[in-house]
Design a protein around this ligand. Structure first.
Ligand code: G6P
Length: 612
């Protein structure tokens, strides 16, 4: 995990680094640190958030145009001041920041200890910088060559920035499995874990590939790979992202802003993809793989967290519309299970960040087996987007709140379009059924707006349940994944224990938990399982459980049973997750705020999980 940022150029680096770290704080916030290189290194690092680092620096003058910053999500070594990055080598010639894990650090450390090196921290990162210095001191080679030789010995993941005092005026950057974007300005370079710290200064970005090393000076960049081959004319991408999109825009938290943005983000994720004349779906990213999609015998969806829930919705969608069998897998389980993958399988990797280590590893396995691998990613140019054969971007815009909201609805939108696209290719859908979905999708943004307008009512419900210790979320069919997502949202940000279940499974266990203290959130819209879910509500009420129900507008039955109802507009069943999840997001948000929790940066979590 961790966020890294580096600057080399002509401006004062410190404000660029601090602002960059604030943008990257979603990646981890156990500690933060800065190193500047003038005649010598000046290093400040502190346990806690970037704001704690700023307090610690307390206005000290940190001048200079060459420096690096790090925000940490601890893996090796407790989150304390000493384990914070940057880390220095023994003779203070080198300084490093690192995102990732050096898996063989113990062996390397043993070697270095035998050579007489001592270590200040418990981190794998300090081992790497000592190794770099050791190689540098042995051979008469430039710093980048010492970095390259050290990285050849490393097993694991890294995004690193290295500065070398004897070779001042040079910045060395490298990656394997942890993202690195290099912004190219005039007379300056800004390096970061994603493009957000860069776009204020330049929109021209090179994304390093695995095992590439960049050597930057104020006015030149050179890229080699770990085999010491020169990368001629590396691809420079134009990043179309505006700074305003990254700010809170007047909302108290990014999460609330992102929930409220959903009418727009859902519209953005389908923009230009439905032909209004023919009502057919067009997905430019899949055109080149049409034949393989048509021939596909099975889809395997791999993802983690909220993206996995979007995958579960997709299972219902693809099976209903494309009539193709689907398996939905936790990427972390899939990758180690020796899975059976056939050449006519299509793997769909869903990831907001496009950087999740387990999902990335699952992709690599599927590629080795010769399957077609598609990505459904939000972050353009992310590792998963680049590692997959083809794919569909979700276009939700940057999501900063650690708990995913608008990325989920954008994923479900994109997957709905994919299901219709594949069904058209396979000719497996009845036209009017597909039309119901495409027509219906276009109306979703205004329906979401209507749900959001009930925010005050949801605040009231939240105030009555904020002290609960447990919650149960129940739904059937398309609403089962939404029940899981509602429970996940609540536990992530409010630390209340919550479980999601298929409503019909209630009688096989969860019903035992129900008493007068147990809030049960039902998603009970008017679809084919409506009557059955109403019976489940009756069963909970009979046991004095407290029912909050998400119902279809105008429902006449459930308001008499449930303590609270939240109405959502009518839509085709396949589209209802896009609506029913909204009140659940708002409910968790308000409960978490009322409990005084840090909504945007919940404890122990990170937005982008680049470690397994
Ligand atoms: C973390 C985040 C979740 C996210 C999951 C998968 O756990 O906190 O919000 O759903 O990672 O991330 P991805 O970027 O692959 O969707």
């Amino acid at each position: 995990m961790c966020g890294i940022v580096g600057y080399i150029g002509y401006r004062e680096a410190f404000p660029i680094l601090i602002n960059g770290l604030k943008r990257l704080e979603y990646r981890g916030y156990d500690s933060a640190g800065i190193a500047m290189l003038n005649d010598d290194f000046t290093i400040y690092k502190k346990k806690g958030k970037v704001a704690d680092l700023e307090n610690f620096i307390n206005g000290a003058e940190l001048h200079g145009s060459l420096g690096m910053g790090h925000t940490r999500w601890a893996t090796h070594g407790a989150p304390n001041d000493i384990n914070s990055h940057p880390h220095q080598s023994a003779s203070n010639s080198f300084v490093i920041i690192h995102n990732g894990i050096i898996e063989n650090y113990a062996i390397l450390k043993k070697e270095l200890l035998e050579k007489g090196y001592t270590f200040k921290s418990d981190t794998d990162t300090e081992v790497l910088i000592q190794l770099i210095e050791d190689i540098y001191n042995q051979d008469d080679i430039p710093a980048e060559e010492a970095v390259r030789k050290a990285l050849k010995r490393v097993i694991g993941a890294f995004g690193i920035v290295v500065l070398c005092k004897p070779e001042n005026g040079k910045m060395i950057v490298a990656r394997r499995s942890s993202p690195i974007a290099i912004g190219i300005g005039e007379g300056e370079y800004i390096v970061a874990s994603d493009a957000t710290p860069i776009i204020e200064y330049t929109k021209d970005v090179i994304y390093l590939n695995d095992d590439e090393i960049a050597i930057l000076t104020t006015d030149s960049h050179r890229i080699i790979n770990i085999k010491n081959e020169e990368i001629e004319s590396p691809f420079i991408e134009r990043v179309e992202m505006e700074v305003e999109a990254l700010e809170k825009g007047g909302y108290e938290h990014f999460m609330l802003k992102e929930i409220f943005e959903q009418p727009t983000s859902i519209a953005d994720s389908m923009r230009g993809r439905i032909d209004p004349q023919t009502n057919t779906v067009w997905l430019g990213g899949l055109v080149d793989v049409r034949d393989q999609l048509e021939r596909a015998r099975r889809f395997i969806i791999v993802a983690c967290g909220t993206s996995w829930h979007a995958g579960l919705v997709a299972e219902y969608l693809f099976e209903e519309y494309a009539r193709i069998p689907v398996e939905v897998e936790y990427a972390s389980e899939f990758r180690y299970r020796n899975p059976i993958i056939k050449k006519d399988d299509v793997i769909i990797a869903i990831s907001q960040s496009g950087e999740t280590a387990d999902t990335l590893a699952a992709i690599k396995i599927a590629k080795q087996e010769g399957a077609l691998v598609l990505g459904v990613c939000n972050v353009v140019g992310s590792s998963i987007a680049r590692e997959t054969h083809a794919g569909v971007y979700t276009h939700a815009g940057p999501e900063i709140g650690v708990a995913s909201t608008k990325a989920f609805t954008a994923q479900v939108t994109a997957l709905t379009l994919m299901a219709i696209y594949v069904s058209e290719l396979k000719d497996s859908v009845i036209r009017h059924k597909a039309r119901e979905v495409t027509d219906g999708l276009l109306q979703i943004p205004s329906k979401v707006r209507k749900i959001i307008s009930q925010n005050e009512k949801i605040i009231e419900i939240a105030s009555l349940f904020k002290d609960a210790s447990n919650f149960l979320y129940l739904g059937r069919g398309y609403h089962f994944p939404v029940a899981l997502e509602g429970a996940l949202k609540l536990k992530e940000i409010s630390y209340i224990h919550a479980e999601g279940y298929p409503a019909a499974e209630m009688k096989h266990g969860p019903i035992a938990l129900i008493d007068e203290n147990m809030p049960v959130v039902f998603i009970a819209t008017q679809d084919e399982s409506y009557e059955k879910v109403v019976s489940n509500i009756e069963e909970v009420v009979a046991r004095k459980g407290r029912v909050i129900a998400v119902v279809t507008e105008g429902d006449q039955t459930i308001p008499d049973l449930a303590e609270f109802v939240i109405e959502i507009p009518q839509a085709a069943p396949a589209l209802q997750p896009l609506l029913s999840v909204i009140p659940l997001q708002l409910l968790s948000y308000h409960i978490a705020v009322m409990r005084g929790c840090n909504v945007d940066q919940p404890r122990n979590l990170a937005k982008s999980v680049t470690v397994e």
